[in-house]
Design a binder for this molecule. Structure first.
Ligand code: ADP
Ligand code: ZN
Ligand code: ZN
Length: 760
């Protein structure tokens, strides 16, 4: 009989973060197992602490007095044994605690629901809130969104407000402090998932490329079965519309027929309703969909279904990689290059790396799919670490769209100072006259990029962040159409709102102007130029709320507008057969950022946006507008030539020892006091330097001097950082582990990021 167990704490600082042994009391004998969620007395005061069981033992493994477990928090285990092993690996790889890693696997909603009550919020006085909103008294974008959402829905669970409005808990706390909003708790209704039985769809007869891909993946599935270490990795490379999803679905069918589980990751659920529909239509009720916009009770239901082994197929965004599937046969990551797969909060894992760890553990096959693979993944296929499967052509008669690059300097010389080139204007008119639709892509939301004083040259910046503020339409401008100029300035980092000044704050000159068009300005200009044609806009500002994405996409699909204008949100995933023209504005906006991935990102975005044209019977055209028309990312994207782009990019990465030929660790120290940030960053850099001498293995590691982060201030916090570079992430993690434990950061916060997606 196992009468002892080892546990790890749910909340622990790294210095207390290890396994502890407890006795299983009489009344819990036989009811505890690995993965059980318990309460244990901890520390000198025997504070009751939440913990997870990591092992059950027959004999105690320590001579000290062993305290008993207090109680069991859930009758069934909430974690699987392989998840506990995964947590241990994440701990050394991402320098986090067991609890940090395990929290990724047991969603907080699940623990909250256990208590059968959920925290709700509502407006104290909706009429008063509406008035304040209209009078422009709300000075933060986040607050504005929360109020708008609650005016619409009446009340909502706190966790749902946070994800729908993209705000932190502190935004709600501030609103509550001003008594604009109040909290209450409510009994949870465990309502079942709304049943929308998708129509059953038969698989397509695969074309030769698809057949080969399906054969290879299915072959590995049979061979890999329960043979860990020999798990296989594939890179499925094919332009959008080449039939990758069909390959996923048929490979998933093979796994399910073998009785094994399938994990399918998509970049963001809201952007891929069509894909979810297709998965449901093949696998029916055997599918669980996990995504960030689920309410806590919906999430709880789905999570329980997976844990009880009622489903074999799990679809979800990044965090679904941790789903408690028992026997995973196949892991699919669609659009594997997407940055949404990298967590932006601690622990900053990449879903692709977690997928490899889980695949190895389960003897599963990993399939990465993309039209524009990440440089890292394509390099793996070139060096034999994965197998490249290529789908060469688009399905159906439509070929690739015609692309053209328009030099905007030429337009200026010809006297066209507008946002749309003459060529794009002509193409749009032609499409509309033929009853077709168009999409216009620009990678900047808001009205204009920044406000510059022509007299003294100063740019209006946020008071608490060292970045320029962006012009937006405010709530009052909304109904006034394109006639009125927008009146609000927004900081995209902290959400601060201020009215647009009439004069320059530095020199009082009235010669202030706005530069760099954003989505709102494109929409306004479109309305002026193409009236009575109808535009729809999709960006972070128009997609607040649970179903806003789907609503806009549906409206466009059903012909409710002639053009869809948007940020990268519109570049991905949707299939609109009636779209024949795609305009890409300011294509070079994405280049020239001080970031080793900027060319890659520009190439991917332009290629994806271009791939939206001509998905139907009529061939399409893509018009790319740029000033810097000779850049290789733009050239290769216009030619839809991924291998060409890869060859050029990989030689640059190799030369500079950027990923995949090296790894970068960015340690960012932030503090409210400038001196605090400076001192702690210096301390950290010193600790890194002395660590260099501890082991010869660290010789290839380089430690840079502590320096200001490119964006020195965000939300009033000063940011300094130490950048380290080395041959790979594993060595950097091993190098940093004791450093992080030794340095006491005091009041400063430390964030650790390997190979970040944003170097700012
Ligand atoms: P991707 O995932 O690469 O963008 P999809 O799998 O969505 O491509 O395929 C594009 C379109 O072609 C879809 O509408 C799909 O239903 C259809 N399709 C895919 N494979 C076949 C096939 N073998 N025969 C006929 N139609 C197919
Ligand atoms: Zn000025
Ligand atoms: Zn700011």
């Amino acid at each position: 009989m196992e009468t002892y167990c080892r546990v790890v704490l749910r909340e622990a600082t790294r210095s207390f973060d290890r396994e502890y042994t407890y006795r299983i009391p009489e009344e819990l004998l036989g009811r505890l197992s690995v993965g059980s969620w318990v309460c244990v007395p901890f520390g000198k005061g025997n504070r009751s602490s939440e913990a997870y069981v990591t092992a059950c033992l027959r004999t105690p493994d320590s001579d000290f007095f062993i305290k008993p477990v207090q109680r069991l928090l859930a009758e069934r285990p909430v974690l699987l044994p392989d998840q506990i092993q995964l947590a241990a690996r994440m701990r050394s790889r991402y320098l986090c605690s067991y609890g940090d890693a395990l929290r990724c696997m047991v969603p907080s909603a699940v623990s909250a629901i256990q208590e059968k009550r959920v925290r709700m919020a509502e407006l104290t006085d909706p009429a008063e809130a509406a008035r304040r909103l209209a009078d422009g008294e709300i000075s933060r974008l986040g607050q504005q969104r929360v109020i708008e959402l609650l005016l619409e829905t009446g009340q909502a669970p706190v966790s749902e407000i946070m994800s729908a409005c993209q705000v932190s808990r502190s935004v709600l706390a501030t609103l509550a402090k001003h008594e604009w909003l109040q909290f209450y708790s409510q009994e949870t209704r465990r309502e079942p998932e709304p049943d929308n039985p998708a129509e059953h769809q038969e698989p397509f007869e695969p074309n030769p490329d698809q057949a080969e891909a399906i054969r290879r993946v299915s072959g590995s599935l049979t061979a890999c079965e329960r043979d860990a270490d020999s798990c296989a990795e594939y890179l499925l490379f094919g332009v959008t519309g080449s039939g990758k999803t069909e390959v996923y679905l048929q490979a998933a069918r093979t796994a399910v027929d073998l009785g094994r589980g399938v994990l399918i990751l998509v970049p963001e659920i809201g952007l891929t309703p069509q894909m979810i529909g297709r998965i449901r239509s093949r696998f029916g009720s055997a599918v669980a969909v996990l995504h960030s916009r689920l309410t806590p009770s919906e999430r709880y239901v789905q999570w329980q279904r997976i844990l009880r082994q009622e489903v074999l197929v799990v679809v979800g965004a990044r965090s679904a990689i941790f789903a408690p599937l028992r026997d995973i046969g196949l892991v699919i990551i669609d659009e594997e290059q997407e940055s949404t797969y990298k967590s932006e909060t601690h622990p900053r894992y990449h879903a692709r790396d977690i997928a490899r760890l889980r695949a190895r553990e389960h003897g599963a096959v990993l399939v990465l799919g993309s039209a524009t693979p990440s440089v890292e993944s394509y390099q793996r296929s070139q060096s034999g670490q994965s197998v490249l499967l290529t789908l060469h052509d688009r399905i159906g008669s439509a070929g690739m769209a015609q692309t053209a690059i328009v030099d905007m300097r030429e337009e200026l010389r010809a006297g066209n100072r507008g946002i749309f080139s003459r060529r794009l204007t002509a193409a749009l008119n032609e499409a509309f006259d033929g009853g077709h639709q168009a999409m216009i892509f620009i990678n900047r939301r808001g009205f204009a990029g920044f406000v510059l004083c022509r007299n003294c040259g100063s740019i209006i910046r946020c008071k608490t962040c060292s970045v320029s503020m962006t012009i937006h339409y405010g709530p009052n401008d909304r109904d006034s159409g394109a006639e009125q100029a927008p009146s609000q300035l927004v900081c995209h980092y902290c959400g601060r709102l201020t009215p647009l000044p009439k004069r320059c704050p530095s020199c009082q000159s009235s010669q202030i102007g706005r530069f760099g068009a954003g989505t709102q300005q494109v929409e306004a200009t479109f309305n002026q130029t193409f009236a009575p044609r109808i535009a729809l806009r999709m960006d972070q500002d128009t997609t607040v709320g649970r179903s806003a994405h789907a609503r806009i996409l549906e409206q466009f699909e059903q012909g409710g507008a002639d053009v869809l204008i948007g940020t990268q949100m519109i570049a991905k995933g949707h299939d609109f057969p009636n779209v024949t023209v795609v305009g890409i504005l300011a294509a070079d906006l994405m280049l020239g950022l001080s970031d080793f991935r900027s060319s890659e990102r520009a190439f991917q975005l332009i290629t994806q946006a271009a791939g939206r044209a001509g998905r139907g019977r009529d061939s399409g055209s893509v018009i790319i507008q740029a000033y810097n028309i000779d850049d290789y990312a733009i050239r290769f994207a216009a030619a839809q030539d991924y291998p060409g782009f890869f060859r050029q990019e990989i030689s640059y990465r190799k030369l500079m020892r950027y990923p995949p030929f090296g790894s970068i660790g960015v340690l960012t120290v932030s503090a409210l006091q400038e001196e605090e940030a400076r001192a702690k960053a210096a301390l950290l850099a010193d600790a890194c330097r002395s660590r260099l001498d501890e082991d010869d293995a660290f010789r290839p590691i380089q430690v840079m001097d502590a320096a200001k982060a490119p964006i020195y201030r965000i939300r009033s916090r000063y940011r300094r950082r130490v950048v380290i570079r080395g041959p790979n992430e594993q060595l950097l993690a091993r190098f940093l582990l004791p450093v992080v434990d030794r340095v006491d950061c005091g009041k400063a916060a430390l964030a650790i990021d390997f190979d970040p997606y944003s170097m700012l």
